[in-house]
Write a protein of this length. Structure first.
Length: 181
């Protein structure tokens, strides 16, 4: 895919994402639990597929209320996955919904949104130039259809790699190999 196509598709997906968020009242429905923070490719302008990530600062939210908050999305969902994380550095109710052709990831952080989430996103937006944006879009375009995407290698890992100088698929493979060693 050529650069102009990647950029045009990112803009089109961003507009579709905005329409999806409004039509499904995502932010207002989740705000009952606390501050809603949109994160990921929607915010950074790095979309290559229909994927939205939402964090909610949901102090002490219990499981029944977490399910109650996502209930409006369930009727239209093709798939729903739920995980409860209760680790010292990751306390959350995590939902992945397939809804209207979109993957909607919702993390209700019960001990606060980890500060590194916002720091990374802010740092990425500050450092992102045209060359990096295109490198990330190209690499995400190649990787988002792979079975290990996004669970093993996702947009976060690709962005980190590009911030560290990776520009090609071969360089990314080598970078990921070094990370696993």
């Amino acid at each position: 895919m050529i650069e102009a196509e990647l950029l045009a598709r990112e803009q089109a997906l961003h507009a579709e994402a905005q329409a999806f968020l409004v039509a499904n009242q995502v932010q207002s429905r989740l705000a009952r639990a606390g501050r809603v923070l949109l994160v990921g490719s929607y915010v950074t302008g790095l979309m290559v597929w229909r994927d939205l990530d939402v964090c909610v600062d949901a102090a002490d939210l219990d499981r029944p209320l977490a399910w109650e908050l996502v209930r409006p999305f369930l009727a239209g969902a093709d798939r729903v996955r739920y995980e409860h994380h209760d680790e010292p550095d990751d306390r959350r109710h995590y939902f992945v919904l397939r809804l209207d052709g979109w993957k909607l990831d919702v993390s209700f952080f019960t001990a606060g949104i980890p500060p590194e989430v916002e720091r990374f996103q802010d740092d990425l937006r500050r450092r992102l130039d045209d060359e990096m944006r295109l490198a990330i879009l190209r690499l995400k375009e190649l990787w988002h259809r792979r079975p290990e995407y996004p669970e093993t290698v996702g947009g976060f890992e690709i962005c980190q790699a590009v911030l560290n100088g990776v520009r090609t698929s071969e360089e990314l493979e080598a970078h990921l190999g070094r990370r696993e060693a």
